[in-house]
Ligand binder design. Structure first.
Ligand SMILES: NC(=O)c1ccc[n+]([C@@H]2O[C@H](COP(=O)([O-])OP(=O)(O)OC[C@H]3O[C@@H](n4cnc5c(N)ncnc54)[C@H](OP(=O)(O)O)[C@@H]3O)[C@@H](O)[C@H]2O)c1
Length: 252
C-alpha cells in the first residue's frame, strides 16, 4: 500500500530570494542519575565522546558539578551539565538510572514530581545481594520480579521503562582505550521504546543492542550481572557478553 504524501501547507511562505538561517533547537541532554558512580561515569564519558550532551545528576548538585570536572578531564570538549537529580531529569527526555538497588526505590520516589509522561527511563539497576550486605555474585529476590519492574511501579504513568546495560562493566566503559565489542541486553514492554533506547546506547562505539523480550525478562538479564561478576573475578574486569548467530540487522 502506498503511503499518502505529507499534505502541502495551505499557506506556504513566499520565497523572498534571501537566504534564511534555520536555527536548530539545542539538543536536549541525556540525564544520568548516579553518574558520580562507576557505571554512570563510564556511560557519561562514552556518550559525551559520541557527541551527546549529558546532564550529570547527583543527590547533591555540588557532587554533580565535581563529576563534570572529572568528566571534562577525560573528554575536554564534552557537553556536560552538573545538576541535582531533579534538575537533570527535568532537562532531559531520556533518563538513565544507575544507582545501587538499595537506593533505587527512594530515588525514584524523590524524582516522582520531576519525571513526566513520555520520558524514557533506561534502568540499569541490579538487585545484587551486596546491596543488603551479601555477596556480589548473588541476587536478591524482588517482590515485583525485577528491579526494572519495581522501577515501572514507581514512576508516574506514561513514563516508559526499558532495562539495559546490566552486563556492561563500568571498568570497560571508563577505560576509553578499551574496545567494547559486546552486546547490551534490552528488556521492555514496547518494541518502539526498546528501539529508542537502542539508538541511544548504540551511539557508544562497540555496543550492539539485542531485544531480549518483555520487561519481566529483566529478572534474567539483571541476574547475568552476578554471573559476569563471577567471571570477572576469575578472568578480567573487561569481560563482556556476546550472543552469536544473530542476523546482521536486529531492529528491522
Ligand atoms: N559497576 C558496574 O560495572 C555495573 C554494571 C552493570 C550494572 N550495574 C548496576 O548499576 C547500578 C550502579 O552501579 P555503580 O557501580 O555505578 O554504583 P555506585 O558507584 O555504588 O553508585 C552510583 C551512584 O549512585 C548514587 N547513590 C544513590 N544512593 C546511594 C547510596 N545509598 N550509596 C551510594 N551511592 C548512592 C551515588 O551518586 P550521588 O551520590 O552523586 O547521588 C553514586 O555515585 C547498580 O544498581 C549496579 O548493580 C553496575
Amino acid at each position: 500500500m502506498s503511503q499518502n504524501p505529507e499534505p502541502a501547507s495551505e499557506n506556504p511562505p513566499a520565497f523572498s530570494g534571501e537566504s534564511v538561517a534555520v536555527e536548530q533547537p539545542p539538543a536536549r541532554p541525556v540525564a544520568l542519575i548516579g553518574a558520580s558512580g562507576a557505571l554512570g561515569f563510564g556511560l557519561a564519558i562514552r556518550l559525551a565522546r559520541a557527541g551527546l550532551a549529558v546532564a550529570i545528576g547527583s543527590r547533591e548538585a555540588r557532587r554533580g558539578a565535581a563529576t563534570v570536572e572529572r568528566a571534562r578531564e577525560r573528554i575536554p570538549d564534552g557537553a556536560f551539565l552538573g545538576l541535582d537529580n531533579s534538575a537533570a531529569v527535568r532537562a532531559a527526555d531520556t533518563v538513565v538510572l544507575s544507582v545501587p538497588f538499595a537506593s533505587q526505590a527512594g530515588i525514584l520516589r524523590d524524582l516522582h514530581d520531576a519525571l513526566r509522561p513520555g520520558q524514557l527511563l533506561i534502568d540499569t539497576t541490579v538487585p545484587l545481594a551486596a546491596a543488603a550486605g551479601g555477596q556480589a555474585d548473588r541476587m536478591l529476590g524482588v517482590w515485583e520480579g525485577s528491579a526494572a519492574q519495581q522501577a515501572l511501579e514507581l514512576v508516574p504513568d506514561g513514563v516508559r521503562v526499558v532495562s539495559a546495560l546490566h552486563t556492561v562493566s563500568a571498568a570497560s566503559l571508563t577505560d576509553l582505550a578499551h574496545p567494547l565489542e559486546q552486546d547490551v541486553l534490552l528488556c521492555g514492554d514496547s518494541r518502539a521504546d526498546k528501539l529508542e533506547a537502542a539508538r541511544l546506547i548504540e551511539r557508544i562505539e562497540g555496543l550492539r543492542c539485542v531485544d531480549c523480550g518483555r520487561l519481566e525478562s529483566s529478572r534474567v538479564t539483571e541476574s547475568l550481572t552476578a554471573l559476569m561478576i563471577a567471571v570477572k573475578l576469575r578472568y578480567t574486569n573487561h569481560a563482556g557478553f556476546h550472543l552469536t548467530g544473530l542476523p546482521d540487522e536486529l531492529w528491522l
